[in-house]
Ligand binder design. Sequence first.
Ligand SMILES: *Cc1c(COP(=O)(O)O)cnc(C)c1O
Length: 404
Amino acid sequence: MRYINNIFTIEKCKLNKVLKKFETPIFCYSGRKINENINNFKNSFKSFSPIICFSTKSNSNLEILKQIKKNGLGADVVSKGELMIALKAGINPKKIVFSGVGKTRSELIYAIEKNILLINCESKSEILEIENIARSKNKKVDIGIRLNPNTDAKTLKQISTGKKENKFGVSEKTLVEVSEYSRKSKYLNLKCLSVHIGSQILDYKPYQKMLNVLDKLIKKIDLNFDYIDLGGGMGIDYNKDNKKFNYKKYNQIIKKFLTKHKTKIIFEPGRSIIGDTAILISKIIYIKESSKKDFIIVDAAMNDFMRPALYGAKHKIIPLIKNNKMTNKKYDFVGPICETTDKFLTTNKFQKLNEKDYIIICDVGAYGSSLSSNYNIRPKLAEILIKGSKINVIKKRQKLEDII
Ligand SMILES: *Cc1c(COP(=O)(O)O)cnc(C)c1O
């Protein structure tokens, strides 16, 4: 994904040509980049060959999931719908883990019937519910238990999940109780200890702390787990300032951990696999000048791409065609929705823009289309996947008639 002769190009497709066939706003992925990311991720940890369960909530497009499956990955799901789509993509149930604090009885029944690898439980009540279902089916169910390690992930507070004030996982005390309970149960097989401390983590040190907590706890309670599920959360370089997650360091820390504990590692990466594989192309509808800044009103909005409005996340915006006429004008890139938070970014330096120009919002592969909504009765966007010079429509633009 780079400029060739000032035109943004994905693999062998110049985007100005692509837009002759497609309307904006539109999500546009690079198939090659997805494969590259998966290979890099696998290579980073190849000495202990972990089970890699792609976090389906980060991107649940069926065609994307099929490509991820082709690369041998499993799935981490958080609802019945995600479990259904992962299975539809052909992912082996024995590579699927089910996370989440509020799995309903019918979701648990479905997961148990599908014989997935693990249901990662997040409360005593959930474990009792699973035991109750398992008893009625006279079946032994493989479960994991998610620990809240009370570790600060040093990320945005809205996407931090591993501190004791967060709703996720159970305390050490509860973990000891439920592990003793499930050891005695005829219907439960406690196989996994899981953690997930948050998302967009760029520093390896929170993971180091998390592993120290696990190390001490496992020694203390003297339990063996077939699996340790370390969750996901590895961050990507949204700001393009070369703050990259140190995979080498993380690999070293885990290897050290594995010299003390014989277990299989599971990862649940989402963003690190899919985040930088897609862009959102949008067209400028109007430019509204004001005394302090110009409002660049584009056809994409917070319902299409919610991260800036939801978390204050900053995604780089670049022109589709560079004109090399820079201006120091302040630009506010905003969408058409009737909310003040419907704003993508403010820039202090950008090329001179005109109405009908195209812009690109970068790194929208994770929590982009999967987090989109129909707010303001706006149809969900088309998604295209580029592979070399081929363009595949992997989701059609929703029709207004289908929403109304
Ligand atoms: C969201 C989530 C992930 C994926 O997080 P990323 O930051 O996208 O890697 C993994 N595991 C669980 C339990 C999650 O909730």
